[in-house]
Unconditional design. Structure first.
Length: 338
């Protein structure tokens, strides 16, 4: 369930079957009803009687005219307080970005971190609303600022807390929590391994109980996107939309990240062949079909094979080479003399 679903349910309960708006920022959104809900939850607009701008039915389809509009008026049908009261009946977690190590980042990393926090706000708005994004130890004007994650957790009285850590003790399989903590860490110089675990150590010292959970793709962290916004999207797709973890990862995975995982998997599918004394690794063209769980195109498969020095062969040619070669047990490879 997303915030728009709560809004639609409330509108229908009030006998409203259409809604309009002339707010450009809402109309520019990919999901107009969700952005209407965000503006109402953020206190920037209410639902009012009448028609303004562009009209939609409650499935998001354009129509000619609506009975209500999202904007400003003196006597709204539905306002922020109404929506947030209804929201309390549903599950909407906090996404916390802990920036405790901000001062230890180089300037390029700081810029990247701020940009990713901004992107995470946009992501949170696709599912929930601004107040569900908490940024701690860094007041960057995005989300709701708290001096520390421990202060936020204690002030809100949260008891079910998850720290998303690539070295976490548990594997994420859709566990619901009051809040999910993501380490505000961008690693451009390659010396920040284990820093999210250090955030966990700080939380324990401050008396915060939490579960340390890692997101895996078929048993490995390689191939799991590591940008803050993509981590948050994986979690929200799973816990709010009901997607399975693997599907959520694939839906947000860039082809660059998918190729990282492909580089790890491909060597398992190659065969070593010595042709007239020269070593080669060959792989069947059809092996590409085994990677439908990665966000890849066939061109990615060929590109990675080329980078690794593998020769891609159609299946019949591959089988012919293996058939005519002799297996060298000592060298653990095929030998072909032509």
């Amino acid at each position: 369930m997303r915030l728009r679903d709560v809004l639609v349910r409330m509108l229908r309960s009030r006998g409203v079957d259409s809604i309009s708006t002339n707010i450009e920022r809402i109309l520019e959104s990919e999901d107009v009803l969700q952005m209407m809900a965000v503006w109402i939850a953020n206190g920037k607009a209410s639902v009012c009687e009448g028609h303004r701008g562009v009209a939609f039915d409650l499935s998001g389809r354009r129509i000619e005219r609506a009975k209500t509009f999202v904007g400003k008026c003196e006597n709204p049908i539905l306002n922020r307080d109404d929506l947030l009261k209804e929201v309390e009946k549903e599950f909407f977690p906090y996404i916390v970005i802990d920036c405790s190590f901000y001062d230890k980042l180089i300037e390029k990393e700081k810029r990247k971190l701020r940009f990713q926090i901004f992107q995470t706000l946009g992501l949170v708005r696709k599912f929930m609303w601004d107040e569900r994004l908490i940024v701690t130890a860094l007041d960057c004007g995005v989300g709701v600022y708290y001096p520390s994650t421990a202060q936020f957790v204690k002030e809100k009285g949260l008891s079910n807390v998850v720290l998303l850590d690539p070295f976490g003790e548990e594997v994420f399989n859709g566990q619901k929590a009051d809040c999910y903590i993501i380490g505000g860490i961008v690693d451009k110089v390659g010396n920040k391994r284990g820093w999210t675990s250090k955030i966990g150590e700080m939380l324990r010292r401050e008396g915060v109980e939490f579960k340390s959970v890692r997101i895996l793709l078929r048993g490995d962290i390689i191939g799991v996107p590591d940008r803050l916004n993509t981590i948050a999207e994986i979690v929200l797709r799973v816990v709010l939309d009901g997607e399975d973890v693997e599907s959520a990862i694939r839906n947000v995975q860039s082809r660059l990240v998918a190729r990282w995982r492909l580089r790890k998997e491909l060597p398992k599918l190659t065969v070593r062949v010595d042709v007239n004394g020269r070593p080669f690794r060959i792989v069947r063209k059809s092996e590409f079909d085994k990677f439908d769980w990665l966000n890849l195109e066939r061109s990615d498969f060929y590109e990675v094979c080329s980078e690794l020095g593998y020769i891609v062969l159609d299946d019949s040619t591959f089988e012919e080479i293996v058939k005519n070669a002799e297996w060298d047990e000592k060298k653990r490879r095929f030998v072909l003399n032509v």
